[in-house]
Every structure is written in C-alpha cells, then in structure tokens.
Design a protein around this ligand. Structure first.
Ligand SMILES: C[S@@+](CC[C@H](N)C(=O)[O-])C[C@H]1O[C@@H](n2cnc3c(N)ncnc32)[C@H](O)[C@@H]1O
Length: 387
C-alpha cells in the first residue's frame, strides 16, 4: 500500500505557544490544524515536514506517527512495536534512540517503555537480518517516539532530531540564556511589527535580539542548523529539501528599523557580540554596554522585551531594587514603547509599578513565569498603580 500524500503530524512547542504555533503552521501551509497541549496536530506532506523544520520559529520537534495500537502492558507494547515494518523507514546501519511519554496510562515508567520499544525494534531487525541497529542515546540518526495515552500507544518518527531551539548560532552563553524557541514566542506574543524599534536592555547572550533580527530580515530559523533527522529517513528527497531551502533563503529582506541590545556586563556584551557576529547580524543589531538605570532608549517607538535576573539562578544584591529601576527606566524614558517583562519572581514583577495591558503564563525551563506587557505613555511616570 502506498502512503497517502498527506498525513497526520504532531509539532511540539512550549506551554503557552499552542495558538501562535497553529498560526505559524497555517502560514507555512499546514492543513486541518488542531492545537493540543504543548503541541499542534496538523496534516501535510513531505515537503511540509521539510518546510516546518526549516522555517518554524516556534516548534521544538515535528513527529510523524506511523502506527498506533492498544498497549495496556509491556508485552502488547513490545509485540506492537515488533510488528511495524521498520525496513520501510530506515536502514539498520543508522543509530537509533527511543523517547517515551505517557498520559494517564497503566504503563508509566517512561524509561522502561523506551527500553521495551527499543527491544521490539532491535528484535525485528535481528529476526530478518541477524543484525541490529546500534543505540545512540546522545545524537541518534533515527529518533523514535512512543507515547501512551490511556493505554493506547502511538509510535512516531521524530523528523527533527535534536529540538529546534538548537538553532546553531549560539557559540557562547551567559548565565541564564533564554531558550531560542521561548525567545521567538515572546517576540511573537509581544506583537512587535518588525518595522519599529526592538530593544532588549538586559540582553545577556543576545538571544532576543538575534531572534528579532532573524524575524525582521526573514532569515529562516534553521539557517545555521545542519542536521535534521528526516535526512536519515529512507524516503529522504535531497532535491526537494534543496528546493525548500533555496525558496526560503531567497525571501530575505532588509530591515530599516533599529534592533538595540544592551547589558550591564562587559563579559555578556562580548558573548552577545560573538553570537551576533557568527549569525552575521552585526549590521542589524546595535550592541552597547550599559546599566539599564542609565539607558537612553532609541528615538521613536517600538517594543522592549526584558528578561531580568529572577533571583533563582542568578543572585543580584537586590532584586527588588533592580525591578524598581527597570520600572522607572520604562516609565521615565520609554514613552511611546510597549514593554514586556518575563519573570518567575511574582513579587518583584509587581515593582515594575505599571498595570499590565496583557499577561501570559509561560515557563522558562522549569520556572513558571509571568510575561507581562505594558503600554508606556507620557503619563506612565505618574501612574501610581501598583500591579
Ligand atoms: C537572565 S539574564 C538575560 C539572558 C538573556 N535573555 C539571554 O538569552 O542570554 C539577565 C541579564 O541582565 C543583566 N543585568 C543585570 N542587571 C542589569 C542592569 N542593571 N542593567 C543592565 N543589565 C543588567 C545581566 O548581566 C544578565 O545578562
């Protein structure tokens, strides 16, 4: 039986980005889109798998389900996996790895589920060829996902491999760098128009500025990345992949606005500069070492995004004082801008001292955060409202 041209796909993302990922996938060409929890289900063909992996700024990985079956115990899981015609998908010379997840299922030991699934694959090959693929837990050519949802098992091929936040431009990092997908989603949620100024006054390694610049000039999210798992699939179409890449790379545009990034630390400015230069975005991003207390925002208006220290992973002498300084800097010097602050410190974020026009709940790694948006107008400095 030949495979249908369009099939079901699952793209994973971070919590809070389901709706914006659905919009992004739709713009790329996905069909029958259905947001789920930390994922979006959609339909598309092989070309769309390549496009989404290359273009999507908000995806972590895209999974292609290949088989589902009931599996309330380990034997049913093993038998189901072993019955898949694996030679259709990959060559046994490839290394493999298996990742498991569960939701309300009788089997809930993810490591053992992954082990049983791997056994089923290995034994399938042994039966036929008297040989088995090697396992590589670090960076396998072929990555298989097994998900148990209430005793129903779905086996998927991970088309991406290592998650897409590994963009390939970050040469060095600061103390608490933002995940690139989180940074891209924060920019999307901020509503930045890609025309007006973009400012990150606590830029660390420069993630937000780099993601903003890539968005502004239409540089594909995967531009610096060399490897995707789908390249190791038996059905890999190198000509189609080249076509997808060339079409996307031909869409680059100029950006006439200003992307400005600063940080108090000379060391982090050096790190940001290294990353920005690696990405060849030094013409698009202005970098400056500056304490936010003394910062003069670029003339005009636009969007400011701040990822300050939270006092969790980084200790500063006085987190409360720092948040008051951030609030004052915005109220007194950034009229005309929209400003966004992400923090897991729910008390400190109130010290910004303005009423948020919008709030989102996001996770920075394991830290539950508020991502608050403020509209700064001339009268904001007189705004005595404490959020
Ligand atoms: C959580 S880190 C930002 C990480 C960054 N988003 C990234 O992806 O690498 C917070 C940054 O705030 C900077 N910072 C702390 N106090 C500052 C101040 N008063 N003015 C400007 N930057 C400050 C720190 O040097 C640090 O780089």
């Amino acid at each position: 039986m030949t495979e249908p041209k369009e099939f079901r796909l699952i793209t994973k993302t971070l919590s809070g980005f389901e709706e914006i990922l659905a919009e992004e996938l739709s713009a790329i060409g996905a069909r029958n889109i259905n947001p789920l929890r930390r994922a979006v289900e959609w339909y598309g063909d092989k070309e769309m798998i390549y496009k989404v992996n290359y273009l999507s700024r908000l995806s972590l990985v895209t999974l292609k389900p290949i088989k589902d079956f009931p599996a309330s115990n380990h034997d049913l899981l093993y038998d189901g996996v072993r019955s898949i015609d694996w030679v259709k998908y990959f060559d046994l010379k490839n290394t493999i790895s298996v990742k498991a997840s569960t939701y309300k299922s009788s089997l809930d030991h993810t490591q053992y589920i992954a082990q049983k699934t791997k056994d089923g694959i290995v034994d399938y090959f042994r039966d036929r060829f008297d040989e088995r693929p090697d396992v590589d837990t670090y960076d396998a050519d072929i990555q298989i996902n097994v998900h148990l949802n209430e005793d129903y098992c779905e086996i998927s091929m991970n088309s991406t491999g290592s998650p897409l936040f590994k963009r390939g431009y970050r040469q060095a990092t600061g103390p608490a760098p933002l995940n690139e997908v989180l940074a891209a989603g924060m920019i999307q949620l901020s509503g930045w128009d890609k025309v007006s100024n973009f400012v990150d006054p606590m830029c660390g390694s420069g993630t937000l500025a780099i993601e903003a610049a890539m968005l502004a000039i239409n540089l594909p999210a995967g531009y610096f990345r060399e490897k995707y798992s789908f390249m190791n699939w038996l059905d890999f179409d190198a000509i189609l992949w080249k076509k997808v890449k060339e079409a996307a790379d031909s869409q680059l545009t100029d950006f006439d606005g200003m992307i400005f990034a600063s940080d108090i630390s000379p060391k982090y400015i050096e790190i940001a500069s290294e990353n920005i230069h690696f990405a060849k975005l030094h013409k698009d991003i202005t970098l400056k070492q500056c304490d936010i207390a003394n910062l003069k925002y670029p003339e005009g208006n636009g969007t400011i995004i701040i990822n300050p220290p939270y006092g969790e992973r980084i200790r500063t002498n006085d987190i409360s004082e720092l948040y008051k300084i951030i609030g004052d800097s915005l109220k007194f010097k950034a009229a005309g801008y929209n400003a966004w602050v992400i923090s897991s410190d729910l008390e400190a974020i109130k010290l910004i001292g303005m009423r948020p026009m919008k709030r989102y709940n996001l996770f920075n790694g394991a830290l539950e955060c508020k991502y608050n948006g403020y509209s700064i107008y001339e009268g904001s400095k007189k705004d005595l409202y404490k959020a």
